[in-house]
Design a protein around this ligand. Structure first.
Ligand SMILES: Cc1ncc(COP(=O)(O)O)c(C=O)c1O
Length: 337
């Protein structure tokens, strides 16, 4: 096998051996098929191409010191894909079918699961797309569920080093009663311009505000946001952010560690009062935030260039569970055998 520089992998696509596919046709899901092609044929009138009937997921497989491969909260990703697909009128794979497909995809690409302590993981990307032809705006009657994998390094180049983000005020990724709470591709299309603009100004990511009032923090690019003060983990309560599985896990772990947890709206000026701030997600893990720039007021909220103690504690515990170095007391791990 071509040698892979595990320690310097980007968060990008690298071909692996196989992907899994499953078709929904005539009102039912077929069996899982193994493919070694990176392509599929699609009807020119497929709803996934025209009307955005497309949802996806992202999770990781971790190789432990014991060489075993672990998936983290895979059933939660399965449930979220089901919820996302259902929300935009798609037939979505049942939880067990999703888990079986993910297990199979990882097992078949086992040689691409990076070694323990390389800092890299095998990213798993389940995709669901409307393949049935429609010309009127209607849900498809045929769907394709695909799971592919690719080994990745950290999402943000800095890894666990704090980075700078910029508040976005001139565009929204999701409407107040729109699709922000589900993982549809359209949300990411809507956020591309703001993301590129932030990066051009030297920021790692944009920080979205609520679409209705531009008063509250929503989320941070492809990750949820949290702030820490007075031994309390505070994270936005908003109907237009993606319910992050990582964030949910961190709230649980914070409680385990005796840290208080508050899930509530966060007004922009409250940023001033946080001792630490961070972005969290499967790809971002915990990425501490150094500075937040608000272009409206020219204000910079500065949390320092080292990760704060609470972020460090949470990061270490989460990673330890994912890699099997700490006990899985919440039943979050599924082994790939
Ligand atoms: C918009 C958005 N927010 C938050 C997250 C983090 O969610 P999770 O922790 O489930 O990966 C993601 C990534 O899936 C995302 O795309």
């Amino acid at each position: 096998m071509e040698s892979i520089d595990w320690k310097n992998l980007p968060f990008g696509y690298l071909k692996t051996d196989y992907n899994i596919r499953c078709q929904f046709k005539d009102g039912k899901w077929g069996s899982l098929e193994v493919s070694s092609s990176e392509y599929f044929n699609i009807h020119i009138a497929a709803t996934g191409l025209h009307y955005g009937q497309e949802v996806f997921e992202g999770l990781k497989a971790y190789r432990g010191k014991d060489n075993k491969i672990r998936l983290f909260r895979c059933r939660d990703n399965a449930q979220r894909m089901f919820d996302s697909g259902s929300y935009i009128q798609m037939a979505a794979p049942p939880v067990d079918l999703f888990v079986e497909a993910v297990q199979k995809a990882v097992k078949l690409n086992e040689r691409f699961v990076p070694p323990y302590e390389s800092g890299a993981t095998l990213y798993v990307r389940p995709l669901l797309i409307g393949t049935g032809a429609q010309v009127g705006v209607k849900p498809a009657d045929e769907y394709l569920f695909v799971v592919f994998t690719t080994p990745v390094g950290p999402y943000f180049k800095t890894g666990f080093k704090p980075l700078d983000v910029m508040i976005t005020r001139n565009s929204d990724r999701a409407a107040p009663l729109g699709t922000g709470h589900v993982k549809v591709g359209g949300n990411y299309a809507a956020g591309l311009t703001a993301g590129v603009a932030a990066q051009q100004l030297g920021y790692a990511s944009c920080l979205y505000l609520d679409a209705k009032e531009k008063k509250y923090i929503d989320e941070c690019g492809p990750a949820n946001f949290f702030g820490i003060k007075n031994n309390t983990y505070i994270t936005p309560d908003s109907k237009s952010i993606l319910p992050s599985i990582t964030n949910r896990s961190l709230m649980t772990l914070a409680q385990d560690l005796g840290i208080k947890v508050e899930r509530r709206p966060i007004e922009v000026p409250e940023l001033e009062t946080f001792e630490e701030a961070g972005a969290c997600g499967t790809a971002a893990v915990i990425t501490p935030i150094k500075k937040i720039f608000d272009p409206e007021t020219n204000k910079v909220y500065d949390y320092g260039s080292e990760a704060g103690p609470v972020s460090v504690k949470l990061y270490n515990l989460l990673r330890a569970i994912q890699y099997g170095d700490a006990e899985d007391t919440h039943g979050w791990i599924t082994f790939v055998e």
